[in-house]
Design a protein around this ligand. Sequence first.
Ligand SMILES: Cc1cc2nc3c(=O)[nH]c(=O)nc-3n(C[C@H](O)[C@H](O)[C@H](O)COP(=O)(O)OP(=O)(O)OC[C@H]3O[C@@H](n4cnc5c(N)ncnc54)[C@H](O)[C@@H]3O)c2cc1C
Length: 342
Amino acid sequence: MAPVEFVPLAPFTSFGVESTARYFSSFKDSLELEELLDWGLQYSLLILGGGSNLLLTRDFDGLVLKNEISGIIELHEDNEYVYVKAGAGENWHRFVLYCIERNWAGLENLSLIPGSVGASPMQNIGAYGVEVEDLFWDLEAWHIGEKRIVTFTNNDCRFGYRESVFKHKYKGQFVILNVTFRLRKQPRFNTSYGAIEQELEKMGVKELSIKAISDAVIRIRSSKLPDPKLMGNAGSFFKNPSVNKEQYDRLHDQFPDVVAYPNADGTYKLAAGWLIEHAGPAAGISWKGFRRGDAGCHERQALVLVNFGKATGSEIYQLSEDILQSVNNKFGVLLEREVNIV
Ligand SMILES: Cc1cc2nc3c(=O)[nH]c(=O)nc-3n(C[C@H](O)[C@H](O)[C@H](O)COP(=O)(O)OP(=O)(O)OC[C@H]3O[C@@H](n4cnc5c(N)ncnc54)[C@H](O)[C@@H]3O)c2cc1C
């Protein structure tokens, strides 16, 4: 099938900024994908999932391919685990709910993260003390250059904090087709992170279950994060930066309230939200709730950059650049963007 020309991309990304794809098509399996890649050999390529971790700063003068590979299959099970394979185009949250309904445990803390199953290993999505790598078994991906399917095990993906080989070593080389997860038949509840326990208490939960944890996470997330349908955003715009012990001690001496968590390797992970909130565009002004035109930072979470209506991708990008500079000037810490910039 021939791709469509000049397609507006605003409805396909959670920031909702204007951008036009020179060519656009969706694909439902690896055969369709292969045909489209052959067709568009000479064009630059953008693979799109749910568009919830993407900032488009210009028109895309190439081929945009939206992954719509669907299907969820229970592959096999053993005494402890069930192995579940999901098409990369499946909606992540719907997949999580599908597993919870069947009492397959592990994904409940990752409820309500927007986007597709296929993008989940890209940045090893994580929330409330759980990361995709904890449940990931393997994935199949299309090698664009070699025109063949390659399997990646957990080890092959080299997962890290919001990292995988697909963001660096193999950037732009693979299209993820499906992901298999290894889920527990007997749950191991993880409620120690964030406000899950308080929320469960508020909900009056007497008997803990993966459904109750999922509901608690959904309630917390809905109260904290702007709904992209109502206000364009891509969740956390920056990663939480890690610093070594000396840097942390120096920062802590100067700013005793700095929010940080020790990493297993002796470094400290700083809360990017705190750093941004305590820096600002000028003395006495915080980034939290800041607005310039239609680009800004959310009023409850400075780490979430938002499109109040008609902001362009480059306006949001420029704001992120100014935030980055101000944090570096005040704290000597260089933030790294989590959102993919195109
Ligand atoms: C309100 C909100 C809250 C969020 N909260 C969290 C959170 O708690 N934790 C977290 O980790 N993230 C969070 N995110 C970020 C986002 O939801 C995840 O990164 C998600 O996995 C992105 O999925 P997507 O399908 O929308 O990817 P897209 O935005 O479509 O794509 C992201 C990148 O992956 C590439 N890509 C997508 N699919 C494929 C594929 N099949 N094969 C190869 N490359 C592909 C794209 O080219 C792009 O570079 C949040 C976002 C929002 C809007």
